[in-house]
Design a protein around this ligand. Structure first.
Ligand code: SAH
Ligand code: SF4
Ligand code: F3S
Length: 452
C-alpha cells in the first residue's frame, strides 16, 4: 500500500519537492513522488541532503512565476555548495517557458504536466551542459494507474484528480496552454483510489478538475455506460457514509441540476460549492469569455440555495481586467453583496503572454486603480465572511478533525461540511474523528467552538 508517508531510507538518493499553485499541483507532486520512489528515491524535507531538487510550478499570475525565479537563485547556491545536485523545474511554468528556463544555467531538467512518467529517465540523463526537457502535452494522460504517495501531514484529507487540462478558453487564463486539452480519468480508478484511501484511514477526498462539471467518461463499449460528474460523485459517496466527498472547481456555465440534486441526496457529500464568478459585470464576463451572464450566475446560486439552503459558497474574483470601468467594478461589489459569499480568492488581473486577452485587449487599468479596487473587494469580502460566520453562532455542526490547532496545541481544528474552519478543545479526540461542535464566537476566518 503506497498511500502512507514513505519511511526515509538512508541508502536511497533523496528528492526534495516544493509545490506551488493549485491543488492539482499538490496532487501532481504526489504522482511525481510515486514515480520517483519506484525509481529508488526517498523523499526528504531537507533541501541540503537532496540529490534531486524539484519545484512543481505555477504560471497563473506573473507574481507566481517571479517567486519561482527567486527560488531558482536559491537552488543555484545549493548546486555551488554540492556539485552534482540535479535541479528540475516541472509543472505549468515548465510547460509555458520551456527552454527559456535553461538560460538560468541552474536548471537541469524541464518537465511539463503530462510528461512525469519520463521524469526518472530525464533525471538520469541530465548532465552538466546536457539539460533534459520533455514538455509534450498529451490527449490521454491521466496518470490513472499511478497511486499517488501522499505528502499531506494529516492522513485524513486527500486530493484525487479526476480529470486534466481545460477546454475553456477564458481569455485571461494560461491553464489551457500549460495543461492542454481536457480529458477525464476512468471512473473505476477514481473509486478504487478513494476506497483505498478510506481503508488507510482517510476520511475526506477532494475530487479535482479545472471544471469538474464537464467530467465525462466515455465508455469504450456502450454509451449507456458513460459516466458524468453527478454519477461519479454518487459512486464515490457510496464508498462509505464516513467518507466525506468534496470537489473543486465548479463552472457556473456547466454546473447541472443533477449535480445539485446528487449533493442533496448524500449526507457525506459536503455542502460547499466553489463557484468562481470572476466579475459581476456582463461586459467583463463577455470579454473574459466565461460564457455566462451575471443573471445566469445569480440563477445558479438561487437554484443551489433552493435545494440546499445551508450550502457554503465560495468564489474567485479578478479585479481590473482589461477595460474595466468603475461601473463594472461596482457591478462586482453589488454581486458579492447579493450572493453573500462565505469566502473568496481575490486577485488583480495579471496579463499572461499568449492568452487571448494579451493578444486582443490592452491591460489598461492603471496598477494603482487595480490595487484600490482589489482592496475594496477584499474589505467587502472580509465583512461578508464575518457576517456569514456570525450567523453560525449557537449552531451545532458535525466536523471532521483534521489536526492540532496552530495557535494552541490543546485545541483541534476541522471543517464543517460547508467548508468553515472550526477550532475546539481536543477533549481526547484525534484527527480522523467526527465530532459535534457548537459555535461560541467567530472571526472572519474561524468558528471558535466547544464540544457538544
Ligand atoms: N478552473 C478554475 C480556475 C483556475 S485558476 C475556474 O475556471 O474557475 C484560479 C483562479 O485564478 C481563477 O478563477 C481566476 O480568478 C484567477 N486567475 C486566472 N488567470 C488569472 C490572471 N491572468 N490574472 C489574475 N487572476 C487570474
Ligand atoms: Fe482557466 Fe477558464 Fe479553464 Fe478555469 S475554466 S482553467 S479560468 S480557462
Ligand atoms: Fe497554476 Fe497550473 Fe494550477 S498555472 S493554478 S499550477 S493549473
Amino acid at each position: 500500500m503506497k498511500n502512507i508517508r514513505p519511511i526515509t531510507d538512508v541508502s536511497r538518493p533523496k528528492v526534495y519537492i516544493e509545490t506551488y499553485g493549485c491543488q492539482m499541483n499538490v496532487n501532481d507532486s504526489e504522482v511525481i513522488l510515486s514515480l520517483l520512489e519506484d525509481d529508488g528515491y526517498a523523499l526528504t524535507e531537507n533541501i541540503g541532503e537532496a540529490s534531486l531538487i524539484l519545484a512543481n510550478t505555477c504560471s497563473i499570475r506573473d507574481n507566481a512565476e517571479q517567486r519561482i525565479w527567486g527560488r531558482i537563485e536559491q537552488f543555484r547556491l545549493q548546486k555551488e555548495r554540492r556539485p552534482g545536485v540535479v535541479v528540475g523545474i516541472v509543472g505549468c511554468m515548465a510547460e509555458r517557458l520551456k527552454e527559456k528556463l535553461l538560460d538560468s544555467h541552474v536548471v537541469d531538467v524541464v518537465a511539463g504536466p503530462d510528461s512525469y512518467r519520463s521524469l526518472p529517465e530525464l533525471v538520469r540523463s541530465a548532465a552538466p551542459g546536457a539539460p533534459q526537457m520533455n514538455v509534450e502535452l498529451s490527449r490521454e494522460e491521466t496518470y490513472a494507474d499511478i497511486t499517488p504517495v501522499r505528502m499531506d501531514k494529516n492522513g485524513v484529507t486527500a486530493f484525487i484528480s479526476i480529470m486534466r487540462g481545460c477546454n475553456n478558453v477564458c481569455s485571461y487564463c494560461v491553464v489551457p496552454y500549460t495543461r492542454g486539452v481536457e480529458r477525464s480519468r476512468e471512473p473505476g480508478t477514481i473509486v478504487r483510489e478513494a476506497a483505498e484511501l478510506f481503508a488507510n484511514g482517510y476520511r475526506e477526498v477532494n475530487l479535482l478538475g479545472q471544471n469538474v462539471d464537464s467530467y465525462l467518461w466515455k465508455d469504450p463499449v456502450s454509451a449507456d455506460r458513460d459516466v458524468n460528474f453527478a454519477q461519479l460523485l454518487e459512486m464515490v459517496a457510496k464508498i462509505s457514509p464516513d467518507l466525506r466527498v468534496r470537489f473543486s472547481t465548479s463552472h457556473p456555465k456547466d454546473i447541472s441540476d443533477e449535480v445539485i440534486y446528487t449533493m442533496a441526496m448524500y449526507d457525506n457529500i459536503c455542502k460547499h460549492i466553489h463557484l468562481p464568478v470572476q466579475s459581476g459585470s456582463n461586459a467583463m464576463l463577455a470579454k473574459m469569455r466565461r460564457k455566462y451572464t451575471r443573471e445566469w450566475y445569480l440563477g445558479r446560486v438561487e437554484k443551489i440555495r433552493s435545494v440546499m439552503p445551508d450550502c457554503g459558497l465560495s468564489t474567485d474574483i479578478i479585479a481590473g481586467f482589461c477595460g474595466e470601468t468603475q461601473e463594472d467594478h461596482l457591478d462586482t461589489l453589488s454581486l458579492m453583496e447579493e450572493v453573500k459569499f462565505d469566502s473568496a480568492f481575490m486577485f488583480q488581473y495579471s496579463e499572461r503572454p499568449g492568452t487571448l486577452a494579451a493578444r486582443k485587449y490592452p491591460d489598461d487599468v492603471p496598477p494603482d486603480v487595480k490595487t484600490a479596487r482589489l482592496n475594496e473587494i477584499i474589505a467587502l469580502q472580509n465583512r461578508l465572511s464575518r457576517e456569514s460566520n456570525e450567523k453560525e453562532i449557537g449552531k451545532v455542526f458535525r466536523v471532521l478533525v483534521e489536526g492540532v490547532s496552530k495557535r494552541n496545541d490543546s485545541e483541534l481544528f476541522g471543517r464543517t461540511g460547508s467548508n468553515k474552519v472550526c477550532v475546539f478543545p481536543a477533549g481526547g479526540h484525534r484527527p480522523g474523528d467526527y465530532v459535534e461542535v457548537k459555535v461560541l464566537s467567530c472571526t472572519s476566518a474561524t468558528l471558535v467552538s466547544g464540544l457538544v
